[in-house]
Write a protein that binds this ligand. Sequence first.
Ligand code: ATP
Length: 324
Amino acid sequence: MATPTIPHITILGSLNTDLVAYVPHHPLPGETLTATSFLTSPGGKGSNQAVACAKLSRPRSLTSPSAHVSMVGAVGSDPNGTLLLTNLTSHGVDPSLVSTLPGTKTGIAMIVVEAETGQNRIIISGEANHQVDESFLTKGNWLEKTDMLIMQLEIPMGTVLKAVEEAKKRGVDVLLNPAPAKKLPGSVYEGLKHLVVNETEAAILGDVDEEELDTLEGLERVGEKFGGMGVENFIATLGGRGVYYLTKDGKKGLVEAERGVKVVDTTGAGDTFVGRYALDAAAARKEGKEFDIEGAVKKANKAAAVTVQREGAAASIPWRDEVE
Ligand code: ATP
């Protein structure tokens, strides 16, 4: 149950079943490869970020959460959908606003991970996620109870844009992680308290070459571009380089990635970052305190470094007592 003292974070987004193959190298055109191992696991950016918020809000015992976390989305009426709902519940996410759609399949992500580098390549088939339309915004009046809304772009764009608009009307903070990267209408940025992008997303949405992000000056220019359009807090995750942040009131910096990290699988690293960052941002808002963005970025950077050292998505995200 939500209490008046802890923030309520809602994630509106995708739920997918991840089919993950670990390979010696990414296949070339026409090449057939034998995987060294294979696993099926719960995934989808929405579901992963919900699980990240929940796991990082409490110890493994599921006691004393620092946030109430709920998920809004859709799965199909198949065994994969049931497993995804169980995955949410077992990590402390409230799944009551995830619809099970009859005659529809649950979303699938085919992920190929290169053993040497831990780099992934992903193909998504959205299925039930495609049916998350504007009607999902009014179910159970969830926006009225939400302090922070987190979204990605694995559900229809129209739903995301409408959600930003509705959240803004109600004074709900919005964190957008625009993945997979798609250009957005300029008006959306005014509704964003937090924009969290990786390098590809920063380049596509910011309309710059990725090389622009190689220097601090370039990162600042891109951050200022988003700030000029209305984003209050711009955060760029830079993989093994760490994280850059720039706020509208002039706070900025590069937090270097944790050292001595042996990358096994980067899947879920960005989602872990978003989850840990969001917990601090939502708590500051709920308590009416100034948001310590540097502190939030540092904690999130540390949590994401744990995720890259483990296989899978939801399973690789640490519980709070594993990082703090
Ligand atoms: P994904 O989509 O695979 O989840 P992403 O592209 O959204 O990831 P990245 O920028 O690759 O996100 O990584 C997110 C964060 O994970 C980084 O900002 C950093 O904090 C951490 N991280 C990633 N790679 C490394 C690494 N090699 N060493 C330490 N930390 C890392």
